[in-house]
Design a protein around this ligand. Structure first.
Ligand code: SF4
Length: 284
């Protein structure tokens, strides 16, 4: 993508909140949301086979900052982090600017055991050519970043330069949210065992898990199929089921039966704490 030809990263959001999902749920974290994604996931919360047009109802010219953007109820709820119509809301930031803002956000100006960094998007692995420099900047500035989670859709092979950088003292966690057919994305582009294999088993400090969003029984059947395909491809990592729901009502409808499915299958359950606390919104 053209973005990586410049110094720094095109940043959609940089904020301090609570990790609401997955392995480190509840841990205060800085979220660095990067612009750009290889998917659009326009099928979320739509009848199977149908595509949401809801984001096109949002007029980009009416907004000058993320926090004012309306939430959508169908399709990807992070639409402004990849839809080119909203690119003007995501500014280029140098690594110095990013570090400076992180210092201002964090208590005592540093990360720590219970203050993590989360790289998210969009799809942050599209920026992997830049991530070694980001990690170097964190170290040079003594930011004490002990644990870094990369929230990815699991479709981008890791390149050797980034892999080399991950052979470090940081704990690196790939939180892999593979997209099921309910996203509207084709199976063969979304379920990529060879990609996940490139993320795992090369250093003990690098961990990975799957996080599947469930809103319908069909999703559950698709998770079974996906996990089987990953296992056949040599990938056997923890699986979290997480109820869909960008809004409280939708979330509450899903959480109980998704928890029961996780118990039935011996998989893990992940809440979405950000929906409980903040009812979902930009910057949370
Ligand atoms: S992969 Fe994630 S950020 Fe990209 S379109 Fe899908 S849900 Fe949105």
């Amino acid at each position: 993508m053209s973005e990586i030809d410049h110094t720094g990263i095109r940043v959609s959001e940089l904020f301090y909140s609570i990790q609401g999902e997955g392995l480190y749920v509840g841990v205060p974290s800085v979220f660095l949301r990067m612009f750009g994604c290889n998917f659009t996931c326009s099928g979320f919360s739509m009848p199977r086979g149908e595509i949401s047009q809801e984001r096109f109802d949002v007029d980009p010219d009416k907004y000058d900052e993320y926090k004012k953007l309306p939430l959508v109820h169908t399709g990807c709820d992070s639409y402004a982090s990849w839809d080119p119509r909203f690119r003007h809301l995501s500014n280029w930031m140098t690594f110095d600017e990013i570090i400076h803002q992180m210092k201002e956000l964090l208590p005592a100006g540093r990360f720590g055991r219970d203050k993590h960094l989360i790289l998210t998007g969009g799809e942050p692995m599209l920026w992997q050519a830049k991530l070694p420099d980001l990690i170097t900047s964190l170290d040079v500035n003594r930011m004490n970043a002990q644990s870094i989670t990369i929230e990815t859709n699991g479709t981008q092979l890791i390149d050797e330069k980034f892999k080399d950088k991950l052979r470090s003292r940081h704990e690196i966690v790939f939180s892999i949210s593979s997209k099921l057919p309910s996203s509207g994305e084709p199976w063969e582009k979304a379920i990529k065992p060879e990609v996940i294999k490139s993320y795992i088993n090369f250093m003990p400090n690098v961990k990975a898990y799957f996080k599947f969003v469930i809103s319908h029984e069909n999703d559950y059947k698709d998770v079974i199929k996906a996990v089987r395909e990953y296992e056949l491809g040599g990938v056997n990592i923890p699986v979290y089921l997480m109820p869909a729901g960008g809004t409280t009502l939708h979330y509450e409808e899903n959480e109980k039966w998704v928890a029961e499915l996780a118990m039935e299958h011996g998989w893990r359950y992940s809440p979405r704490v950000q929906v409980d606390i903040w009812k979902n919104s930009w910057g949370r």
